[in-house]
Design a protein around this ligand. Structure first.
Ligand code: F0G
Length: 458
């Protein structure tokens, strides 16, 4: 097991609090057994998300100081545009305040009611934005993605046979675009291969459908291509990224991930007419096209973050740190999705807590245990997040996988924190029989996991 040494030193520190088990027991009860309701101050290691939680570099902070706050034509916008074009290569760069607003713009200008959008797996906000425009999101990921133990090197790949069949059987006008999410967050942060991107591109060309990439974790994906795909070992991450985006017509991006910033995103595309529509809508909902819902200083931080994320020492550390956590858990037999993805470990709660039935939310019960025993915050991606009532028999339907995601913020925690997380989880695993199931007491009609309140069962 290789201890990944940090390729940076610490210039500013943010104290984190240690609490007692009694304090955490009190707090989690008060929070209705939902970690979204906890005060962040009471958390020791926060692995709720890797989005917007990165630590910025001294160079990014320096950029913040010289951000140009001009309403129109800001110097920082041109730096932002230049930085993005140097990697992504698209003709039009439209700044947004985060990823979901780029998705909203894209689907607002391309989708009409009843249209269908294929993706390997839509992230929640992408799915919700398609639905919001009365479209239908469909997921065509390879079957291996649904098997937590399958060690496929590119488990995020699109099933090209399924895509081909879908496009053969569907009226082309009903498919405004085909999308691919890299890395594939919902399947465990799993990468997509260049070969798969190339094939999807060829299928899209054959059917004359535009091809867009959800690029949030593109640098992590490119690092996996370099490591695992033949022919890429000697190529730089920048070269790999340029090739990857050369196959697409555009992308949506949440810079809160591989942009290494706390807020920011963009929509990019080559189509002139579509870009004009996007910019006009942007003015209405986000802001003028040279700031799009961001401050000039934010644009400057994104411009710099996108260059830093291409650094191979950084990526080796980033991917290595998560792999290291995975290896420690694996040695103790803790069940999680294999192989380890780019931004998170996804614990397999069904196997972790086989004594808790699905209707008692084993994934959520595990997030409660992680917080109560160790002050670690993770997120359930299972029956609470995706469970829904069957329209016919009103029974709850559960998603196939019941996972708990430990998403690691970028450049925030040291590998010693990872040791702490691994040791805590291994201890919890040894005492897993003591963990109890939960019952739902309150649920909102949509996205219930954010605000649900629960009760612990005896
Ligand atoms: N696409 C993917 C693959 C994502 O993971 C996210 C966000 C988005 C789009 C939306 O970006 O948050 O900037 O609007 N994922 C976060 C997460 C929230 O925790 O995985 P956003």
């Amino acid at each position: 097991m290789q201890f990944p040494a940090e390729p940076f030193k610490i210039k500013v520190v943010e104290p984190i609090k240690k609490t007692t088990r009694d304090q955490r027991d009190h707090l989690i009860r008060k929070a209705g057994f939902n970690v979204f309701n906890l005060p962040a101050e009471s958390i020791y290691v926060d692995l709720l998300t890797d989005s917007g939680t990165s630590a910025m570099s001294d160079n990014q902070w320096a950029g913040i100081m010289i951000g140009d706050e001009s309403y129109a034509g800001s110097k920082s916008y041109f730096n932002f545009e230049r930085s993005i074009k140097s990697i992504f290569g698209f003709k039009h760069i439209i700044p947004t305040h985060q990823g979901r607003s780029a998705e909203n713009l894209l689907f607002s200008i391309t989708l009409t009611s009843g249209d269908i959008v294929p993706n390997n797996i839509h992230f929640d906000t992408t799915r919700a934005n398609v639905l919001h425009k009365h479209g239908k999101p469909i997921d065509l990921v390879i079957d291996e993605a649904m098997d937590p133990d399958c060690e496929h090197p590119f488990k995020g790949n699109m099933d090209t046979t399924k895509l081909q069949t879908f496009l053969n059987e569907t009226e082309p006008d009903r498919v405004p675009l085909v999308m691919m999410t890299v890395t594939n967050n919902s399947a465990g942060g799993q990468p997509v291969s260049m070969e798969n991107i190339r094939q999807v591109r060829a299928i899209c060309q054959k059917h004359q459908r535009p091809f867009y990439i959800d690029a949030c974790r593109f640098a992590e994906n490119c690092y996996f291509i370099k490591e695992r795909e033949s022919g890429y070992a000697d190529r730089s991450i920048l070269e790999i990224a340029r090739e990857l985006f050369s196959y697409a017509d555009g992308c949506t991006m949440s810079a809160k991930k591989d942009g290494l910033v706390n807020i920011g995103g963009f929509l990019a595309m080559n189509d002139d007419a579509l870009a004009e529509k996007a910019a006009n809508l942007l003015i209405l909902v986000e802001g003028f096209p040279t700031y799009g819902g961001l401050a000039g200083r934010d644009l400057e931080a994104v411009a710099r973050g996108l260059q830093e994320v291409l650094d191979e020492d950084y990526l080796a550390f980033r991917v290595g740190q998560i792999r290291y956590l995975g290896e420690m858990l694996d040695q103790a037999g803790v069940p999680f999705v294999k192989p380890v993805g780019g931004h998170a470990i996804f614990l397999n709660a069904k196997d972790f807590l086989p004594h808790i039935p699905r209707h008692q939310f084993p994934g959520q019960a595990l997030t409660v245990a992680l917080y109560r025993e160790a002050g670690i915050r993770a997120v359930e991606i299972g029956g609470l997040m995706f469970g829904e009532k069957d329209e016919k028999n009103h029974q709850e339907k559960y998603p196939e996988l019941e996972l708990v995601r430990l998403a690691v913020p970028r450049r925030v925690y040291t590998s010693t924190h990872m040791n702490y997380v691994a040791e805590s989880i291994i201890e919890i695993y040894k005492n897993r029989d003591r963990i109890k199931g939960l019952r739902l007491m309150y649920e909102a009609p949509l996205l219930r996991h954010f605000t649900a309140r629960m009760e612990e069962l005896d």
